[in-house]
Design a protein around this ligand. Structure first.
Ligand code: GLA
Length: 672
């Protein structure tokens, strides 16, 4: 496994974009920076197979030999995310079709349909050729399959595959008609052939149809991945095989479900916020990645038990610019290191980047790189060298993050909350997750992420932000958790619908109303600019509800307006545990206060209670050994009570560590 050795450091290396004389300089600079792993050839299909079945591997032979000679290991990519022009010309039927029925043209990347046999066959042919030639090359650490499975399609091949998938999922048309509630608007299907992908239609589409299409497409992309993986595995079972995930909907798959199929969860992360939000987004991304890795570990036979460390890797991040709408924000000095260490603190076995060297042309010519356009005599490359040194100093760090709080996350709920026809278009699933995570992060709580059904031993508080779809098993899982003494905090839009996106009757959230001792009789979605006032001085936005109590106590009430004096936040003591319900999107300060109250009530403490505001503290532990990461995200010096040895400076720390503005420390803590 890549994760058995030193922390991984490197990124996407595209030698095909450069003349051969640059390659030797690349390897020399990689050595200078301490780079030890690069992804090679990720978009090199047209250079590897310039015409059907004609392979030109000579340049790749040279590159791999050079890298091997320089001690840099290679994650060899299969280049299938970007078929060459000859492929699209020969197989116009493999070009993707939008929901509007428009067939896209060659000219970018990712322009193929993953359900089309011609594409899948061509992808397997180039993968086979690469495996035959390189599976035992000494430079190879493993395979980076494809790149960010991020496409969708509505062509006839896809429609046929969708129908096949539906027959397996539903068995017969009666079950499908029931699941999709096709009695509504005369949509009853009497023949499988009548079903297509959810193409653009006159008015609101069917939610069950939309949801099943997303599930089907995630499975289709997964099948495209696993068939390459199986072929590569057969060529050399010793090599690590993975593909890179991305958060949000860029890669439209259920990452948790995919986690059992990759040897290593590998995640790309590019924050979109430029202020402190970038650090909050980084922390959430890393906590999600660790959750997927743990998720995989729980389910894979012979893997570490719950609570054990599950390896994952930050596969791509930006060395410099943060891309915001319409412009790029140059990262301040030290921020690349802080972002990288925030990932390592949360379990990433290293820090990888897109990309090694900035290209002279192409669509992403201004994307940042470890070797920028200015060349190695630059701040970014000096920080690249410094980061390499820092990662070497952290080679002893191992173990997992200790967290007693977990967010429960479900990809399908995110998909369903994008459906048209909901009471409001404002709630955004990722935003709901981020708000809950941000509140915990700002208070300094370590946070894991789980999917419904995961083991909950050791967690004192579970938070369910907008978990819209809850099936009977998940409802039972939550009931068992609270009965057993767990604390649960549920927000609005959770448990409203079942796994087919059918509304559960009897008051919202139908799946959880007994557990919560409260239910909503009516929703009151708010305009984007509106707020509701709360009697503890806080505010709510986006959403409000008319709640009726059936055993819960009121913790916070609405004040003013139609909901005046009615409950907004409730608490229900059930069995040995407690279930909280939050019926509006609290402002950040109130959300933080409420989660702090719930966490304390659950007996959870923060990672480093004396850390000042703006200093992020994350602890990794392995048995009796522990490492405390302290990241100063403020622009002034900070002192944090702590003791141990700072691995980055090899300095013993007796009582407190002083962090420079934007500075970091990683302490090997004294045992016991
Ligand atoms: C993704 C891709 C890379 C590159 C970066 C740019 O993560 O995998 O090829 O396009 O985005 O941000």
């Amino acid at each position: 496994m890549w994760t058995d050795g030193p922390l991984c450091y490197g990124g996407d290396y595209n030698p095909e974009q450069w003349p051969a004389q640059v390659w030797s300089e690349d390897v020399a600079l990689m050595r200078q920076a301490g780079v030890n792993l690069v992804t090679v050839g990720v978009f090199a299909w047209s250079r590897l197979e310039p015409a059907p079945g004609r392979y030109t591997f000579d340049w790749l032979d040279q590159v791999l030999d050079l890298l091997h000679g320089g001690g840099v290991r290679v994650a060899l990519a299969t280049p299938t995310a970007s078929p060459p022009p000859w492929f699209s010309l020969a197989h116009p039927g493999a070009l993707p079709v939008t929901a509007d029925g428009i067939r896209l043209h060659h000219g970018s990347r990712d322009t193929y349909c993953a359900a089309t046999p011609a594409y899948r066959d061509a992808a397997l042919r180039i993968t086979t050729a690469l495996a035959d030639r390189y599976a035992h090359h000494p430079a190879l650490a493993g395979w980076h399959v494809h790149n960010e499975y991020g496409t969708t399609c509505h062509c006839e091949h896809t429609a046929r595959a969708f129908r096949r998938w539906l027959t397996t999922r539903h068995g017969d048309l009666a079950a499908l008609n029931d699941a999709w509630v096709t009695s509504f608007w005369s949509q009853h299907y009497s023949d499988w052939a009548q079903i297509s992908t959810p193409r653009a239609t006159q008015y609101l589409p069917n939610p069950g149809h939309l949801l099943d299409f997303r599930r089907f497409w995630s499975d289709t992309l997964l099948a495209a991945y696993t068939e390459q993986r199986d072929l590569l595995r057969a060529a050399n079972p010793a090599l690590t095989i993975t593909t890179n995930y991305v958060l949000g909907d860029w890669v439209p798959v259920d990452h948790a479900r995919w986690a059992t199929e990759v040897d290593l969860v590998a995640v790309d992360h590019y924050p979109s916020a430029v202020d402190g939000g970038a650090e909050e987004q980084t922390a959430l991304a890393a906590d999600l990645a660790r959750g997927w890795a743990r998720h995989a570990a729980h389910r894979r036979p012979g893997s570490p038990p719950a609570g054990g460390a599950a390896a994952w890797l930050l596969m791509e991040s930006a060395p410099n610019q943060i891309h915001t709408a319409g412009r790029m924000h140059t990262k301040e000095p030290g921020r690349m290191l802080r972002h990288s260490l925030a990932h390592v603190a949360r379990g990433s076995h290293g820090a990888m980047f897109f990309q090694w060297r900035a290209p002279v042309g192409g669509a992403e010519r201004f994307h940042s790189a470890l070797v920028p356009h200015a060349g190695p005599d630059s701040r970014v490359f000096r920080e690249t060298v410094a980061l390499g040194a820092a990662l070497r100093q952290l080679s002893e760090v191992r173990g997992s993050v200790e967290a007693a709080v977990a967010l429960v996350v479900d990809a399908a709920s995110g998909w369903a909350l994008r459906h048209p026809g909901l009471p409001s278009a404002l709630p955004d699933y990722h935003d709901e997750l981020a708000a809950a995570h941000r509140a915990l992060w700002r208070s300094g709580y370590a946070c894991d992420t789980l999917t419904p059904g995961d083991p909950v031993d050791g967690y004192r508080l579970l938070v369910l932000p907008a978990l819209y779809l809850i099936d009977d098993d998940a409802a039972e899982w939550l009931r068992g958790y609270v009965d057993g003494g767990g604390h649960l905090l549920v927000t609005y839009l959770s448990g409203v619908a079942d796994e087919h996106a059918r509304v559960r009757l009897g008051g919202y959230p139908g799946a959880l109303r007994e557990l919560l001792g409260a239910y909503a009789e009516e929703f009151h979605p708010l305009d984007a600019a509106d707020q509701v006032r709360l009697d503890d001085g806080g505010t709510g936005r986006i959403w409000a509800e008319t709640l009726r109590l059936t055993g819960a106590d009121t913790v916070v009430s609405y004040t003013g307006g139609v909901l005046d004096a009615m409950p907004a936040v409730t608490r229900h003591r059930v069995g040995a545990g407690t279930a909280w319900y939050v019926s509006t999107r609290l402002d950040d300060t109130s959300y933080r206060r409420l989660l702090d109250t719930a966490a304390r009530a659950a007996g959870v403490t923060t990672v480093c209670p004396d850390a000042p505001e703006g200093v992020e503290a994350v602890r990794r532990r392995d048995g009796a050994a522990s490492w405390l990461f302290l990241l100063n995200h403020t622009d002034h010096e900070q002192r944090v009570p702590a003791s141990g040895v700072d691995l980055l400076t090899a300095t013993p720390i007796e009582r407190a560590v002083t962090l420079a503005p934007g500075g970091v420390a990683v302490l090997r803590e004294h045992k016991g």
